[in-house]
Design a protein around this ligand. Structure first.
Ligand SMILES: Cc1ncc(COP(=O)(O)O)c(C=O)c1O
Length: 401
């Protein structure tokens, strides 16, 4: 067996199942889950129809590079969304959801034969970054989020010696679970570090289309272009249809950026067998070419947050995030959020995810585990269900006073 498999940590939902296996929630209250961040709005008909129309595609092997129509649809979307021109031939690749791409990219980029191969990740973070790093033979270094700056990552916590051995940096903007969006100044800082030390930046932007202000989140390609980095050196952006278009089952996204990195990634993907099915390619092109359903989807989230947040703000330390569909809420008194979440499940049959399950403990950081005292609430269920969950959380919190 590959010994590196033993270094993987159980997934947060698995841990939560273990931590609650002894709980029997009240039978009279239907279960509500704010735990899993899986979109639950309806898939737009135009995507389903495009998928069905493309069924004849079953009879042929797809190419890993993707069909020109899909690559052009993606490049067109990048141009409209970010005002950035990318070459559909060399600067774009379709991927089977951003998760597999975020994982596979580390296997392409990391050279485990160089001493101290390091991958830097935010903390809290999406667990795939860590698994990708460990299975590529690298070690992980975690960067704490700073509550005083809306949970932005505190890159200054990483010393120069660590940056010097870093081969890959994962960035998540808008962040999961914090919803924080990285401003241009932060990108400038990371690009300077990348220039100085030669590491690659993988920018996870899968929540880019769910936001609450009038200004869409800044994308990494947009930041690079604004700073005169026209060829996106050492930068690859990861974008997904799952949340934007409510198609988590389609498994579709794209990567875009540095052409030399994408050439190597294409080679890796060819051997790994990561070509996107022809039907998925056609449905994806239809999705990238339409923005009406994306605006409607965003409005559903905005309405939900506008109604749910005032209820929760009365009892939890919580604020409207920049983007994404999570609330990263502090529990009263900032105590043991695992015990708090277990109590909520036991008394009110509502699942939330304890913050420490989404983060790692780092000795010397304060707090050592940045998820401590916080819970992640995913507002993905229909509005009535989210409101009912919020009311139960209010009752639960008041019962503890
Ligand atoms: C931060 C982050 N990145 C990537 C993904 C993967 O999304 P997908 O593979 O559906 O594109 C998720 C899914 O929840 C996520 O939360």
């Amino acid at each position: 067996m590959n010994p590196l498999l033993a270094r993987l940590h159980p997934y947060p939902f698995e841990r939560w199942r273990e931590l609650t296996s002894d709980i029997v929630p009240p039978a009279g209250l239907p279960t509500i889950s704010l735990g899993i961040g899986e979109p639950r709005h309806a898939t737009p008909a135009l995507i389903e129809e495009a998928l069905v129309r493309a069924l004849p595609g079953l009879s042929s092997y797809p190419s890993t590079l993707g069909e020109p129509a899909l690559r052009e649809a993606i490049a067109g979307w990048v141009q409209r969304r970010y005002g950035v021109a990318v070459d559909p031939g060399t600067q774009v690749l379709p991927v089977n959801g951003s998760r597999e791409a975020l994982f596979a990219f580390a296997q392409t980029v990391i050279d485990p034969t160089r001493p101290g191969a390091t991958v830097v990740c935010p903390n809290p973070f999406y667990q795939i970054y860590e698994g990708a790093a460990l299975l590529a033979g690298a070690q992980t270094v975690f960067v704490p989020s700073d509550p005083a700056r809306g949970f932005a990552a505190d890159w200054g916590a990483v010393d120069e010696a660590t940056w010097a051995r870093t081969q890959l940096l994962y960035v998540c903007s808008p962040g999961n679970p914090t919803g924080a969006v990285m401003p241009l100044a932060e990108w400038r800082h990371l690009f300077e570090l990348s220039d100085r030390h030669g590491f690659v930046i993988a920018s996870d932007e899968c929540y880019s289309e769910i936001y609450f202000s009038d200004e869409p989140p800044l994308g990494s390609l947009q930041a690079a272009r604004a700073l005169g980095r026209d060829a996106f050196p050492r930068l690859v952006a990861f974008t997904s249809l799952s949340k934007r278009s409510n198609v988590p089952g389609l498994r579709s996204g794209f990567v875009a950026g540095d052409a030399a990195l994408l050439k190597a990634f294409l080679l890796y993907r060819t051997y790994h067998g990561s070509a996107m099915g022809p039907m998925v390619q056609r449905a994806s092109a239809a999705a990238w070419n339409d923005e009406t359903h994306v605006a409607a989807n965003r409005e559903l989230y905005r309405a939900k947050f506008a109604q749910v947040l005032p209820l929760l703000a009365g009892v939890l330390d919580v604020a409207l995030p920049d983007a994404a569909f999570y609330l990263w809420a502090g529990i009263p008194g900032g105590g043991d959020e695992v015990a708090w979440a277990r109590g909520l499940l036991a008394q009110y049959n509502v699942h939330v995810l304890p913050g420490r399950l989404l983060a790692r403990e780092v000795p010397g950081h304060r707090p050592a585990n940045p998820g401590q005292g916080r819970v992640r609430l995913a507002l993905v269920a229909p509005i009535a269900e989210c409101l009912e969950a919020a009311r139960r959380i209010v009752s639960y919190t008041e019962s503890l006073r």
